[in-house]
Structures are given as structure tokens and as C-alpha cells.
Design a protein around this ligand. Structure first.
Ligand code: 5GP
Ligand code: MN
Length: 319
């Protein structure tokens, strides 16, 4: 995709990402904002996103986020980032669908494409990696580079997960040429945890259960605990990855209660099980090794339903 050709000469541009924005989503949204500001100096560029965590407040555009999703007019161009389906952009869907031109850029394998034009690259580590390739050098600057670096770092577990490939490092080479402190970004947005976040992690690990002969691990946080710790969904980031680090485990499951008998489920696989496929049975999606969905029932109901699909995949892998 040639982003600037597709965008044309817009006077108004809207940008959004997915609900409960993570590092790649935030990096992609603010990176695109900083980049398009350099390209279209006179355009009115708006950002629509659920409130991103304060750890990202160093990124250009953070103070411009509109969390109301209210806009009276029609956008010339509206861009959705890091969003596997239209439902993932939440309340921005009307603005996206109502725009003169809607553009999607994403890397989820479960994404079938939506909008007028789309660029979906499931082999890319992150949406920010794709953007690094799409963005033209003459409009790049340190603000764009910092945002894209943040996104790549988060979706690769700081350049570690199997999604990290030669193209990821080629993108990073382009970004680190700009003058910023990459380790400060990864320390302060990825590794550092608040006291409460560490307590939630500790509690989940302590109460986790191992099943399917040690090939599956699951942990959860219920509403009572969430209220006690005054936790938000962003406080759970990284817990499922720590569960996954248990020796012998093929699939790690973390869930937290979003309502009565309602859970947001996160899954991680070490490769044998395609968790995007497991999630798709329950209306979710994601990547082969990292995916999620929303499910109803008790913690044990949810586990039973997921286990059926995980077990089937493990059995066919073992044969
Ligand atoms: P996480 O477990 O970190 O929330 O999400 C892992 C991956 O799965 C992310 O790439 C995320 O976009 C995707 N994902 C998580 N929940 C859902 C969901 O409910 N629907 C879809 N389509 N993707 C999801
Ligand atoms: Mn992503």
C-alpha cells in the first residue's frame, strides 16, 4: 500500500486503534499522528482512542486523544490501526464507516480486511513494523520513530518473541537512527510495574492451576480482587506472558472478570496450539501464539470450553 497516495490531499483525518489499547496500538496511533502532521501541515488531524495508560504520555499526541468519539462531520480520511475486525475499534466504527475514505493497517492473522483499502500483513511482528516500512523517510522524525519503536518493542516482548524476524530488525535499524533512548522506553513502558501490578501478578501466579498433564496453565482475577486493588485492565498486561514461562506449558490462559459471569480471556501458545483459532470459536481472534476473546460463565466453565479446543489441537499435534 502507498499510504500517502491512498490518503490523497485530505483536509480532515481521523485516526483510531483498538479498544483497551496496548503498546503496539498506542505506538501506531501516535506514530501515525506525528507522521501525518509532518506530511499534511494544514490538515485537521484527530485522534480517537480509549484513554491510553499514562506510561505512554511521553509520546507526541498523547494530550490530543479524544475519548468521547464524538465528531459532528465526515472525515476525508479515517485510519484504523492494529484492529483485527471492525468490532475492535469500538465507538470509532461510525466515524470509520462514515469517512470518505477508510484505511486499515493491521497484522492480525484473523483479520479478513475491512474498510475501503486495507493492508494486513500477518507475518509482521507488529502494526508499527508495517508502518515503519510504509512511512516515507522525508516525513520521519524522532517523534514518529519513538512511537513506532515503542510499538515494535511491545508486540515482540522487546525483540524476543518468534514474530521477531529479519524485517523487524530492518525496521528497527531505520528507527534507532533517530536520537532517542530506546532502553528508557522499554524500561518505563514494558518492564517497570507498579506495586499493585506486581501484587496482581503474584496473586495470579500463586492461585494459578496447572492441568492437561502440565501442558496448560490458567489464572484469573475476579471483580472482588479488581476492586480491592483498584485495578484496571492495563494492570494485567504481562501476566499471561509470565504464566507462559512455566516449564512444560504449551498454552497459558489469563482472564479477568469484566462483568457478572463475563471474562476477558488472553491466551499464549508456545507454538503447538493455534490460539487465534481457539479464540475464533468464541468470537475473538489475534495471532497464532497470542490471542483473546470474551467469554461467559464461571472461571471453570470458561476453562472447560477452551480446554476442549486446546486438547483437540494438542492431540492432533501429538499424532
Ligand atoms: P492480549 O491477550 O494481549 O489482550 O491480546 C493478544 C492478541 O489477541 C492481540 O493481538 C489482540 O489484538 C488480540 N485479541 C485479544 N482479544 C481479542 C478479541 O476479543 N478479539 C480479537 N479479534 N482479537 C483479540
Ligand atoms: Mn499489534
Amino acid at each position: 500500500m502507498n499510504l500517502l497516495k491512498e490518503a490523497g490531499s485530505p483536509k480532515t483525518i481521523g485516526i483510531t486503534g483498538h479498544i483497551r489499547p496496548d503498546g503496539d496500538c498506542v505506538g501506531a496511533v501516535f506514530g501515525t499522528y506525528a507522521y501525518l502532521k509532518n506530511v499534511y501541515k494544514d490538515a485537521d488531524i484527530r485522534l480517537f482512542l480509549e484513554q491510553p495508560p499514562a506510561i505512554y504520555s511521553f509520546l507526541k499526541g498523547y494530550d490530543k486523544v479524544d475519548t468521547t468519539f464524538a465528531y459532528p462531520g465526515q472525515f476525508d480520511v479515517f485510519i484504523a490501526l492494529d484492529s483485527a475486525d471492525i468490532g475492535r475499534i469500538g465507538d470509532a466504527d461510525k466515524l470509520f464507516l462514515g469517512a470518505k475514505k477508510s484505511i486499515l493497517i493491521d497484522h492480525h492473522i484473523s483479520n479478513n480486511g475491512f474498510g475501503d483499502v486495507f493492508c494486513v500483513e500477518p507475518e509482521a511482528s507488529s502494526t508499527c513494523e508495517i508502518l515503519t516500512r510504509l512511512f516515507e523517510d522525508e516525513y520521519m522524525d524522532v517523534d514518529v520513530a519513538k512511537a513506532l519503536y515503542t510499538g515494535i518493542a511491545h508486540d515482540t516482548g522487546v525483540f524476543r518473541y518468534s514474530c521477531t524476524g529479519p524485517d523487524t530488525f530492518a525496521a528497527l535499524q531505520k528507527l534507532v537512527a533517530y536520537d532517542f533512548d530506546g532502553s528508557k522506553i522499554t524500561d518505563e513502558t514494558f518492564y517497570q510495574k507498579t506495586y499493585v501490578q506486581n501484587q496482581l501478578l503474584g496473586r495470579t501466579l500463586l492461585e494459578s492451576i496447572l492441568f492437561m498433564d502440565g501442558r496448560c496453565i490458567a489464572g484469573y482475577i475476579d471483580r472482588k480482587a479488581m476492586e480491592f486493588y483498584e485495578a484496571e485492565s492495563s494492570d494485567f498486561e504481562g501476566i499471561v506472558n509470565q504464566l507462559q514461562m512455566t516449564k512444560g506449558v504449551e498454552v497459558a490462559i489469563f482472564m479477568y472478570e469484566t462483568g457478572t459471569l463475563e471474562f476477558k480471556v488472553s491466551m499464549r501458545s508456545n507454538g503447538k496450539v493455534n490460539v487465534a483459532e481457539v479464540s475464533s470459536y468464541f468470537g475473538g481472534g489475534g495471532h497464532v501464539r497470542a490471542a483473546g476473546c470474551n467469554m461467559n460463565g464461571t472461571f471453570h466453565d470458561v476453562l472447560n470450553n477452551l480446554s476442549l479446543h486446546i486438547e483437540k489441537q494438542l492431540e492432533s499435534f501429538d499424532q
